[in-house]
Design a protein around this ligand. Structure first.
Ligand SMILES: [Zn+2]
Ligand SMILES: [Zn+2]
Length: 344
């Protein structure tokens, strides 16, 4: 039986889920940001200004929607010397009236200026005061989830985060595996922290490639391609919530399904695809004679059968995901698919 791992029906919508504007410390106005992304083929944009959630329905049109969102942070102090945790939170309801907030010290310092941008919908925000550390961060995540937000852990490398900071976190929806701004500063994120959380039994933690652009120079480097029925706020958020998307810095995944244990992927041409699992099982295909790979049928019947047969919990704990690369350094990542979600 064929099971689509990226939905068969619907359209792909290109989305940047992380950008800053003059509302906080970005150098572009919301209107300028929209123009840049729309001109580059994007349909969805989350304007994630620091510590202030400002919906931007005025930027929406037939071919473009904005996601109500904010980047919240907890800093231990000096950003250059001490760790800090940054979350992007995305509202399932475009008109969300409450915005999650932690770290009273970190409230956007230019808030007096940004107050001018506040609309009626912003007035009822609730300030939540939290400390730092896994337990406190879990309270933040739980609170955000309760209030209808998807929570993404941002640029772990860029903010000096390691397993001590993100290990044990529960309820994350996503984690950045690529952040253009951080990569430009030499802190290129990867999939390792996501695997750490997946192997702890966190089933989402979807890979997010984004820009975190503060100026034009870091726009359009990393994005997600969302497959949804239509370009409507609720449909886009539903697709995001269930993981109907992949992360990319320049590679297109056209189709992904599994049919009787054969994993089928179609791309616009890559030099390497790696099927990654948390156990000692890995499959790789490389381009030959400069001929890019556009289709790969990868037989994983043995993986599925062995895991189901050998250990009771292995089908529940074992997942596979795909990493794609081109020789010139472009990447794409699918989310993880757990074996007990694969139908016969
Ligand atoms: Zn950040
Ligand atoms: Zn940011």
């Amino acid at each position: 039986m064929r099971q689509y791992l990226i939905p068969e029906n619907g359209n792909f919508y290109k989305a940047n889920l992380h950008v800053h504007t003059t509302v906080s410390d970005g150098r572009m106005t919301p209107e300028e940001v929209k123009k840049i992304y729309k001109d580059n083929g994007y349909s969805v944009l989350a304007i994630t200004d620091h510590q202030i959630m400002l919906p931007h329905p005025e930027l929406d049109d037939e071919d473009f929607i904005t996601i109500t969102s904010v980047e919240v942070a907890k800093n231990m102090g000096d950003y250059n010397f001490l760790p800090s945790t940054h979350f992007n939170v995305y509202a399932k309801d475009q008109k969300a009236e409450v915005f999650p907030f932690f770290d009273p010290e970190g409230f956007w310092r230019a808030i007096k200026h940004t107050m001018d941008y506040r609309t009626e919908t912003m007035i009822n925000y609730e300030a939540k005061h939290f400390g730092y550390g896994p337990e406190e961060l879990n309270r933040v995540i739980a609170e955000c989830n309760k209030q209808g937000f998807l929570v993404c852990f941002n640029h772990p490398k860029g903010s000096l985060q390691n397993y001590r900071d993100y290990g044990g976190l529960k309820g994350l929806w996503g984690m950045e595996c690529y952040n253009t701004g951080a990569a430009q500063e030499g802190y290129e994120d990867d999939m390792d922290p996501i695997d750490d959380l997946l192997t702890e039994g966190q089933r989402k933690v979807f890979p997010i490639a984004s820009d975190d652009a503060h100026g034009e120079g870091s726009c359009c480097g990393g994005w997600v391609m969302i497959k949804a029925e239509a370009l409507e706020y609720s449909k886009i958020m539903e697709a995001l919530e269930v993981g109907d998307f992949y992360a990319s810095t320049g590679i297109e995944i056209k189709e992904l399904y599994i049919d009787n244990g054969i994993l089928h992927i179609e791309t616009d041409g890559v030099d390497e695809i790696v099927l990654h699992t948390p156990i000692r099982y890995r499959k790789t295909i490389n381009s030959k004679d400069g001929e890019p790979i556009t289709v790969w049928d990868c037989d994983i019947t043995d993986l599925i059968a062995d895991c189901r047969k050998k250990y009771d919990t292995l089908a529940k704990d074992t997942y596979f995901r795909l990493d794609l690369r081109t020789k010139d350094g472009k990447r794409a990542h699918t989310r993880a698919f757990f074996l007990d979600q694969i139908k016969d």
